[in-house]
Design a protein around this ligand. Structure first.
Ligand code: NZQ
Ligand code: ZN
Length: 395
């Protein structure tokens, strides 16, 4: 194994931790841009409490409201413009992954003179990887993406229908203030989609990483087992604070780099899903519930032992008298049954997507993360035809 692990985000975790926002922001700047989504933080009272905490600490603020799910580069440009106009020196992201991702790129775009779309990898020659950004404090209100404690940001461009990412050290939040109380208002469907996203982050490394990572395997299995157990409870009873707390911790560890250390993860399920949600604006976690199992069936044909291990260790299925292929298939079925139980869609037809643009999604999925032959990276690498075949199996 060889790896280089780095995560400089300071994590403040626990029910009630929102009250520390002002103190934390005051240590980083004088005027905050508070970035929010479509209004859930206003309805839940989270916004008012955050502002109260900022005011008590003597921090001024401006607001960038209305960041949409699957955030657009136009929202990033708008946020950066507010930062410049208002003289903000620190960014507070108050919302789900979309708000956090937009905030990170706003923080970089505010210090960059060019077109903010250059900051997002989309196959261009002049990809400007941001070397600097204003300090960002993430305050997640939804457990899903792990954006709160990683250096990735996923941004869409409605004009070109491309959804892609920036991922670099300058985008690590300075602090993540993670208060599970803020997630009590997340509706059942978004809770379930978040659980699927968390599980898929772990699966990407587990199924697409290198061989010989037994400790990471057990970490990964432990996080998935707990995401299933506590995710089920959080969906059944949104007011269950213990379940909300465990799911939110799972969200963080699933994608803050620790489980992936030495694994050298690539993420084909995500690349295919991003191509879908760029065109159809479906919720990321719902898209993963559709793409994930279809991809797993495809990949299990190439590597049944790995999927058999997953079936046995995560879903407790007995290997007795079964070939790896059979056990692998049973594990995937058990996962699909779980997704259905918590209310996720598992077919494209459920979200109104037909086969009309399959070739386009296949092309978009491999736009950035591909090998020398143009194949989407993963185990195994996927040709365009493979991607179309996987999508067809999800119809
Ligand atoms: O916009 P508001 O009104 O806030 O409502 C949101 C939105 O409608 C709502 N919501 C959030 N917190 C709530 C709440 N509703 C009630 N109570 C609360 N406490 O939930 C809806 C979805 O929000 P969104 O932020 O879009 O969801 P999510 O956290 O799943 O983020 C998805 C985005 O993150 C990207 C996805 O591609 C997608 O664009 N990802 C980012 C990653 C990263 N930075 O590391 C990795 C992921 O794999 C993912 O790709
Ligand atoms: Zn994801």
């Amino acid at each position: 194994m060889n790896f280089d692990f780095y995560n400089p985000t300071r994590l403040v975790f626990g029910a009630g931790s929102l009250s520390r926002l002002g103190e934390v922001v005051a240590g980083l700047g004088k005027k905050a841009l508070v970035v929010t989504g479509g209004g859930s933080v206003k309805r839940s009272g989270t916004f008012d409490r955050a502002i109260e905490s900022l005011k008590a600490a003597g921090v001024e603020f401006a607001e960038c409201a209305g960041v949409e799910p699957n955030p657009q580069i136009s929202s990033v440009a708008r946020g950066a413009e507010i930062v410049r106009r208002e003289g903000c020196d620190v960014i507070v992201a108050l919302g789900g992954g979309s708000t956090m991702d937009a905030s990170k790129v706003i923080a970089a775009a505010a210090l960059y003179d060019g077109d903010p779309w250059n900051l997002i990898a989309h196959g261009q020659e002049d990809w400007h990887i941001p070397a600097e950004a204003l300090p960002v404090i993430t305050v997640p209100t939804l457990a899903a993406t792990g954006s709160e404690m990683n250096c990735g940001a996923v941004i869409s461009n409605d004009e070109t229908k491309v959804k892609s990412f920036a991922q670099t050290e300058s985008l690590f939040p300075k602090f993540a203030i993670v208060d599970p109380l803020l997630t009590l208002s997340v509706p059942k469907d978004q809770t379930a989609y978040g659980v699927c996203d968390i599980i898929t982050h772990v699966m990407e490394g587990y199924f697409n990483g290198v061989d010989g990572t037994p400790i990471q395997d057990r970490f990964a299995e432990g996080v998935i087992i707990n995401a299933v157990e506590w995710g089920r409870k959080a969906v059944a009873d949104g007011g269950d604070l213990e379940a909300r707390t465990q799911v939110q911790w799972a969200s963080i560890v699933a994608l803050n780099g620790w489980i992936q250390a030495g694994v050298h993860m690539v993420a084909p399920m995500h690349m295919i899903e991003h191509a879908l949600s760029a065109h159809h604006n479906i919720t990321h976690g719902a898209g993963l519930a559709i793409v994930g199992p279809a991809w797993m069936r495809f990949a299990a044909n190439h590597r049944p032992e790995r999927f058999a291990q997953f079936a046995e260790r995560v879903f407790g299925l007995s290997p007795e008298g079964k070939t790896p292929e059979t056990l692998a298939a049973e594990g995937i079925d058990a996962y699909i049954a779980f997704l259905k139980e918590i209310g996720c869609p598992t077919t494209l037809s459920e979200v109104g997507v037909s086969d009309e643009l399959f070739e386009q999604y296949a092309k978009d999925a491999a736009l950035v993360v591909h090998d020398a032959n143009g194949n989407l990276l993963g185990r195994p690498p996927m040709t365009g035809d493979d991607i179309v075949e996987v999508l067809r199996s999800a119809l």
